[in-house]
Design a protein around this ligand. Structure first.
Ligand code: AMP
Length: 631
């Protein structure tokens, strides 16, 4: 027997399940049975044995767990069902699933028993009574032999992942257990593959089993470009948002999840990150569903998070991306999902998220879609920052092209003149203002990640989400040497705190030892009360020039001279011009030859190279004879 899409569409309520179980399914947010569930549940409820070919991820646990729970007599706390699994992890997982589906079955008890757990604990738990046992074959055998587990009342036995039990060498144990359980029990055997040995076991121990194999989609050639991203649960949301940001040609996305609850949860999380998004699930009335689709068409939302059923038949041309956030049950569902993009002759893009244990789906989908699925790694914060910078650049280019900016030119010119701030600094401050709500850098991204090409790359139309501002920016720290060698804090106190500048760590620059020095003029002198240590502190902290690269300083009445390495870059000169000490901009510039006249013998003002603090002596005398006045 094979299932068809019509069977898939039927809700759980048509399968013959009791109310408490339907209520539990509503609680966990399952909207519709998976194909294996739709096919298996009625067969098992009818009491038939079953041979099911199904992988993990198809929903096979609920396929056997729900009928099993329906048959349990809660009044009798004796093992009525036994589920054998190859590993302790799976045993625990299945026991947890049973507990979840039995939420409205008061007094229900399930006990996982597996090797490696204390026998004493298990014996005590078994003696308290339980309705269902989930266990690994070896440990179940142990208990049967000790008679601590008695299966006289067993009415149902499930072999989960039979091929795995075979591979792990448990098959003889399994046969032994089958032989030591009541012959009239109902048996279900699930296996991802059906090797001959498993078929033989089935033939020998199952009575007239119904065979259920989920038909895989007939291979379809798809034109959608497909990628997958391997992630762990905890990383998935971060991976999704980063991928959405860096994807080219993004217009709108349809994101598939498995449950109704997940549609709402994910939509909420994306909304909190600044996306225009809505959930689409079977709980919405037809009217509301249509509204969501209309909003997607009109572009008032860019993302819809949907379950398979709710998105069936959805045809919106602007859906450029289909994201399989939760893996589909089978290749057929996958092909349906990705068919929602690449509509109206456009090219589409499909991205599949896979946990390591779901990787087997990759080959199946490649076979079904006859196309290679390329690997995608989670974009780094630097890549995301590059994309944001590219988008920002494009906005600026567009504004320059399309807007009349005369008035703003004047404003900038006025600021330049009145505040003596370079246009580049004004532009940086404006960029900061413009991106305050949507910072260009993700927390943890370094500005080194923004290469020049990124700034000139054309922007993609992906939505620009809001990211929390990085509030952990470190206070400015000069290099160890400059911070320790000079009372920089003192100099910093003199400067009014400027957001976005003085809090940012300054890049330290290195110059070759013995670099040629040049004399620079700064517009602050003795009349302004400046001390050489303040000048050194400010230059070291703000321009990142280490103390060893700052030479002689001479104070005059209204200006001073400082020796610094020759031929400093424009960028550095820009910074040196803007630095303020005691509220005076230094307006640093190279001194012309002959501009400086020093009649005193030269005095080194550089710090001692042995790491000792420099001896900053104030030039003596109120008005030195060597002073050159400027008028
Ligand atoms: P399984 O193949 O039994 O390991 O199930 C894989 C995952 O699918 C589990 O996380 C289940 O909770 C989930 N699942 C199973 N059936 C459904 C369903 N009908 N709707 C939504 N999710 C389901």
């Amino acid at each position: 027997m094979t299932t068809s899409p019509e069977t898939i569409a039927a809700g759980f309520d048509t399968l013959g399940l009791a109310k408490p179980l339907l209520a539990a399914l509503a609680d966990v947010g399952y909207e519709t049975p998976s194909p294996i569930q739709a096919a298996c549940i009625p067969v098992l409820l009818a009491g038939h044995d079953l041979l099911g070919e199904a992988q993990t991820g198809t929903g096979k646990t609920a396929a056997f767990a729900l009928p099993l729970l329906q048959k349990i007599d809660l009044k009798r706390a004796v093992p009525q069902a036994l589920i054998l699994t190859p590993t302790r992890e799976l045993a625990i997982q299945v026991a947890e699933a049973l507990q979840k589906y039995a939420k409205h079955l008061p007094g229900f008890h399930v006990l996982p028993i597996y090797g490696g757990q204390s026998m004493v604990v298990q014996l005590r738990a078994l003696s308290r009574g339980t309705h269902v046992i989930v266990g690994t074959p070896g440990r179940v055998m142990d208990h049967l032999e000790r008679k601590s587990l008695v299966l006289n009342n067993l009415s149902m036995l499930v072999l989960d992942e039979a091929d795995e039990m075979l591979r792990m060498g448990f098959i003889d144990d399994v046969k032994w257990i089958l032989e030591h359980t009541p012959a009239e029990r109902q048996t279900a055997l699930f296996s991802a593959t059906m090797p001959d040995v498993i078929r033989r076991v089935a033939h020998q121990h199952l009575r007239d089993p119904r065979e259920i194999k989920i038909r895989s989609a007939t291979s379809t050639v798809v034109t959608t470009s497909q990628s997958y991203c391997q992630t762990h649960g905890g990383q998935k949301l971060e991976a999704l948002t980063r991928i959405l940001e860096v994807e080219d040609d993004f217009d709108a996305a349809l994101i598939f999840v498995r449950t109704k609850t997940a549609t709402v949860e994910l939509a909420d999380k994306l909304e909190a990150r600044g996306y225009s998004v809505a959930a689409l699930n079977g709980d919405l009335t037809q009217g509301l569903r249509e509204q969501v689709i209309e909003r997607l068409k009109a572009g008032t939302i860019d993302i819809v998070v949907a379950t398979d059923v709710a998105a069936r038949g959805l045809d919106v041309a602007r859906v450029s991306h289909v994201i399989n956030y939760d893996v589909p049950y089978d290749t057929e569902a996958y092909v349906h999902r990705i068919g929602r993009t690449g509509r109206a002759g456009r090219t589409g893009r499909a991205i599949l998220f896979l946990a390591p244990r779901e990787m087997y789906m990759l080959k199946l989908i490649e076979r079904a879609t006859r196309q290679k699925i390329t690997a995608l790694t989670m974009p780094t914060p630097g890549e995301v920052a590059n994309r944001r910078v590219a988008q920002f650049t494009q906005q600026i280019v567009d504004i320059i092209k399309t807007e009349k900016l005369d008035f703003f030119f004047d404003v900038v010119r006025r600021i330049e003149g009145e505040q003596d701030i370079a246009a580049r600094e004004i532009a940086a401050a404006l960029a900061w203002l413009a991106t305050r709500e949507r910072p260009l850098q993700m927390a943890g991204a370094s500005s080194d990640h923004v290469p020049r090409e990124a700034a000139s790359a054309p922007a993609a139309a992906s939505p620009a989400p809001t990211f929390a501002r990085d509030t952990e920016r470190k206070p400015a720290k000069a290099s160890a040497k400059s911070a320790e060698d000079y009372p920089a804090a003192e100099a910093r106190r003199e400067r009014p705190a400027k957001e976005g500048r003085s809090d940012t760590p300054v890049k330290q620059r290195s110059f070759a030892d013995g670099a040629t020095m040049q004399r620079y003029r700064i517009e602050i002198g003795r009349n302004q009360g400046v001390l050489p240590k303040e000048i050194v502190g400010a230059i070291a902290n703000e321009a990142g020039i280490a103390g060893k690269d700052i030479g002689q300083i001479n104070l005059f009445d209204d200006y001073s001279s400082v020796e610094l390495p020759a031929n400093l870059s424009d960028d550095l000169m820009d910074i040196l011009r803007r630095i303020r000490v005691r509220q005076f901009a230094l307006k640093t510039r190279v001194m012309e030859p002959g501009e400086f006249v020093d009649t005193r013998p030269p005095r080194r003002a550089t710090p001692a190279r042995d790491g000792k603090k420099p001896d900053w002596k104030k030039p003596d005398g109120a008005k030195p004879a060597w002073k050159k006045r400027e008028h």
